[in-house]
Design a protein around this ligand. Structure first.
Ligand SMILES: Cc1ncc(COP(=O)(O)O)c(C=O)c1O
Length: 484
């Protein structure tokens, strides 16, 4: 029985022996009261030292699986192992509520075509991990951990790690934001920030207005919350103000969600004049706005653009959602909300009720990295590399893709609008067969339109892959244009 243990190198030997014996006990192969082999005997059998077996037995005794009796040996304790074969089972899929059904239905990771090894993928807009400065991040970890180690492993505060909050306040002040009467809450990325706000402010059936198309994860969260999503079409310079006003005036809208810089998926940047007009409309109709500033640092050209939050001055009508996911490391899952002080106090309680706080260890390492100046260096490099990729992508798209319009002014993606009669999903199916993947545009639309659109993520494709991939997409579009 004991001879069958197969040791691996990945765990200490005494733990492997302990777990093997524990397994024999819980499965009923070793019965309560049975005597275990003497430590010397088992050591010889397994070709390990007697001390290793003694250690394993000590751990088994600590966990209540065996009892050692001085001078007599070790015995299996009175562990209850009887398992009735009850038919205590459910059909869980039939028990899911509407939110979970919606989350499943809108889960892009599960429902869309997946990348296979060797494919050229324009599907994702995640940053290029080859740009990450792993060594400097490691240094930040070691430095901060040396300073605060044990403290960072204990519970922290829902609002966030003090040093990071302080850093972000300065950071956001430098964007011209008036912080009086406002406060910050650290979140698990933009995604949790949006979830917290919708949880705090909206009820199922409430109406939210946004650009159409819009960020598909935001759309999913709104639908999962049971909201009615009212989309406003995009013109060449961003949201259509006339339609926005008409809907604000008549549709009983409770909240707005906008992405003014490098909008996902169109890549458009709203001009300062338009930002002010948009804000005035929301002000006129007394509707607060969520501003998604996820990508505004990835500016490749032109003057700095103030966020809506800065334009709103000392007013509290704008709730700003920031994230380090695109401008730094998405795996850290760190974002933030800046909003009216009292609203933040409420969101803090909502967050505490959901997940207590965002990892303090992660926040502290990030703070160290940000304050060491490494972030600024990284951003400079990332902007240069992404700008080159963006410029190559625009040139290659113009060369290879027959289409109606190429949308995008920067960021990590381009949005392609094909002639009306073409179906991007049919084109994707053929491209996929030929080893190229992109994101069909319909997932970004509030109203199931956009069948003739798709998004090209460009952050992680080399110039050579880009050329090969776009040539294939272009050929497929041409073929399918002829068929229609
Ligand atoms: C419009 C938009 N906002 C925010 C984010 C970042 O989300 P998170 O911080 O949850 O990773 C993304 C990521 O793709 C996005 O496209």
């Amino acid at each position: 029985m004991f001879k069958q243990i197969q040791f691996s190198n990945s765990r200490p030997t005494y733990l492997q022996i302990k777990e093997y014996i524990q397994n024999l006990i819980v499965s009923g192969s070793l019965q309560s009261g049975e005597r275990l082999p003497a430590t010397r005997e088992l050591g010889a059998l397994l070709k390990v030292s007697r001390n290793t077996v003694i250690q394993a037995y000590q751990y088994l005794e600590d966990d209540g699986f065996i009892k050692t009796i001085k001078g007599k040996g070790a015995y299996v304790a009175a562990v209850a192992v009887d398992k009735e074969d009850l038919t205590y089972s459910f059909d869980w899929s039939s028990l899911l509520n509407d939110s979970a059904q919606a989350a499943k239905q809108l889960d892009v990771e599960k429902n869309e075509l997946r990348w296979e090894k060797g494919m050229i993928s324009f599907k994702s807009i995640a940053p290029d991990p080859d740009l990450f400065e792993v060594e400097s991040f490691k240094r930040s970890f070691l430095n901060r951990f040396a300073l605060e180690g044990a403290k960072l492993l204990n519970y922290g505060y829902a609002k966030g790690y003090q040093n990071l909050l302080r850093y972000l306040k300065e950071y956001i002040k430098n964007k011209g934001v008036n912080l009086s009467g406002k406060d910050i809450l650290i979140t698990n990325g933009f995604t949790e920030g949006l979830y917290l706000i919708l949880t705090a402010l909206m009820s199922p059936g409430d109406r939210i207005i946004c650009e159409n198309p819009t960020h598909n994860t935001a759309l999913k969260i709104m639908k999962v919350a049971g909201l009615e999503v009212v989309g406003v079409p995009m013109l060449d310079d961003g949201i259509d103000l006339e339609i926005l006003e008409a809907k604000l005036a008549t549709s009983g809208i409770k909240l707005g969600y906008l992405i003014p810089s490098y909008h996902n998926p169109t890549g458009l940047v709203m001009s300062p004049e338009k930002r002010i007009k948009v804000l005035k409309l929301f002000e006129t109709y007394r509707v607060p706005v969520l501003e998604d500033g996820f990508n505004e640092e990835l500016r490749y050209s032109g003057a700095h653009l103030a966020p809506l939050l800065a334009h709103s001055g000392s007013g509290n009508g704008v709730i700003y959602l920031g994230s380090f996911s695109k401008i730094l490391f998405p795996g850290l899952r760190i974002g933030w909300i800046i909003a009216d002080q009292q609203l933040i106090a409420s969101l803090e309680s909502v967050k505490r009720s959901i997940n207590i706080h965002t990892s303090f260890l992660d926040q502290a390492i990030l703070f160290e990295y940000l304050s060491s100046g490494e972030f600024d260096k990284y951003l400079k490099k990332a902007r240069r590399v992404y700008r080159e990729r963006y410029q190559s992508a625009v040139a290659l798209v113009n060369q290879y893709l027959p289409c109606k319009k190429v949308w995008g002014e920067g960021g990590l993606h381009l949005f392609i609008e094909l002639e009306e009669h073409l179906d991007a999903r049919q084109i994707l199916a053929e491209c996929y067969r030929r080893g190229v993947l992109f994101m069909p545009g319909d997932i970004f639309y509030t109203d199931n339109s956009g069948k003739n659109t798709f998004r090209l993520g460009i952050a992680r494709v080399s110039r050579e892959e880009m050329e090969r991939g776009l040539r294939i997409i272009g050929e497929v579009i041409e073929q399918q244009s002829k068929l229609k």
